[in-house]
Design a protein. Sequence first.
Length: 256
Amino acid sequence: MTQTKAPAGGADLPASIEVAWGLRERPVKGPKPGMTLARIVDAAVAVAASEGLGGVSMGRIAKDLGASTMSLYRYVSAKDELYVLMQDAAMGPPSPLPALEGGADWRAALAEWARAQRRVLHRNLWMLRVPVPGPPVSPNSVAWWEQGLQCLEGTGLDADEKNSVVLLVNGFVRNEALLTGDLAEAGAVRGIPAQEVRAGYNRTLNRLVDPVHHPSLSRLLESGTPGVRGGSDREFGFGLERVLDGIAALVDIKSG
């Protein structure tokens, strides 16, 4: 994969993001020897992984690192910046896509890209609670963006269309992962697995739905257990293939 260059000059980037890009040196002086931006970010990710994003605060991270809260602000000036760096660390750089490296068609490559993103999000569901402040600006997020665009080389789509396709697929992946996160959170509150939350919801539907007022829902319930049979992997695969079908129609139009 082509190496994405860091933004020239680091214009309009917070200092901590410039450090992540290698555009700025870490603070030369600091109140606590051995403190680094990477240590701060790793500590924050650990808290988010165990307690959710709500558990992350500058005070909590400082305590875990045995430092003062004010010392952290020498490395990251606001919690919003910390969130960006946490996401970047949790995402990591994108792995090579076999379909892309092997010269397979765009559809196989984009499907691999989507599934790779899904795996990252499912391992780090807290990431979905981070507000989206704008386009990606951190090194790994930009690298994932670049890889998504590379999947569409040779499709005949123009640059704007390729970007819109990447946003579409990314939005589908995030939405599915968000639902997974919501179910997991609901299950955690009740002390049951997310799959049981789905099953319980369907049992409730069976009590409430009747064939006269809800004929389509009744037929769905009679056909099996919606959302449980086949699991979330099947649902994701079905949805992704339909999204790719739509993109394929656009590619055919452009190439025709």
